[in-house]
Design a protein around this ligand. Structure first.
Ligand code: FES
Length: 73
């Protein structure tokens, strides 16, 4: 992703989701959301773009307060 000669940024938000792609873009059909769905905003979910609760561990370890975007009908 970053050529060796190019300086790597100090802080990367996305450490593991679809790193082979130049940009992570997800499309979810409204019909597939059902009554509610939680979308990950911490980039730690193993089921990205959906939240799997991984933000709890991150928050505990880092003293952060991130959480999902909840979509409800
Ligand atoms: Fe990322 Fe829940 S796992 S917000």
């Amino acid at each position: 992703l970053f050529p060796q000669k190019q300086k790597r940024p100090k802080h990367i938000v996305n450490k593991k989701v679809k790193k082979e792609e130049p940009k992570v873009v997800d499309t979810v059909q409204i019909e597939d959301i059902g009554d509610k769905k939680a979308f990950c905003r911490c980039w730690k979910s193993k089921n990205f773009p959906y939240c799997d609760g991984s933000h709890n561990k991150h928050n505990e370890e880092q003293g952060d307060n991130v959480g999902p975007l909840k979509i409800v009908k």
